[in-house]
Design a binder for this molecule. Sequence first.
Ligand SMILES: [Zn+2]
Length: 236
Amino acid sequence: MHEKMNLLKELQEIDQEVSSIEATQQGYHDELEAFESDADRVQGMLDELTAELTLLQKDEAQLQQDLLRERDNVTRVEGRLPGIQTQKEYVAVLKEIDVAKKANKDLEDQVLAKQQEIGALEQDQQEKQDQLNVIKGNAEARAAELSGLMAESAATLQKRKETRESVASDLPAPLLRQYQTLFKRRGGLALALARDGACCGCHMQLPPQQYNSLLRETEMQTCPHCNRLLYVELRG
Ligand SMILES: [Zn+2]
C-alpha cells in the first residue's frame, strides 16, 4: 500500500505539472487569439469604409459627368449670342446662360463637397490601416516570442506525459480510475494527508478507528467526507 501511494503521489505531481503546462499553453493561445480578434475588428471597420468610399467615388464620377454636360450646355447657349436679332431674344438668351451657369456652379459645389467627404474617409481609412498594421506587427512579434516558449512547453509536456504513462501502468486499473476521477473532481488534489486524526484535504475529523488503521498502513483508504485517498507521513 505504501508503494502504491508513492506511485500515486508521483502521478499527482506529474498531473499537476501537466495541468499547469496546459494552462500556460492555453494562455499563449488566448493571447494570440486576442490579437486576431482585434485585427478582425479593425479589418471589419476598414471593409466598411472601403465600401462607403466606393459608393462616394461612384457619386463623384456621376457628378463630374453631369458637370461636363452642364459646361457643354453653357457653351452651347453662349454660341447662340452672335446670331441674335432682337433685344427680347438677347435678354432671353442671357437669362438662359445665367441659369446654366448657376446649375454649373451648383454642380461644382456638389463635386467639391463630395471630394471633401471622400478625403475625410480616405484619411480615416489610412488611420485604420495604420492601426491594423500596428496590431499585426505586434501580433507577429509576440507570436515569434511565443513560438520558442510553445515549442519548449510542448516538448516538456510530451516528456511528462510519457513519464505519466509509465507511472500509471504500475498502478492497478481500478485505483488509477479512482485517482483520476478524484483528480478531476477535487481540483487537482486526489490525495490528502491525514494528520492528527483529520483529513488535510477537507479538514474534517476522521473516525478514530480509520485513522488508527491508516497509521498501521494496512490498506488504501478514502476520506469519508471528501473521498480523497488518504496517506500518512512516516515518522523518521
Ligand atoms: Zn477529506
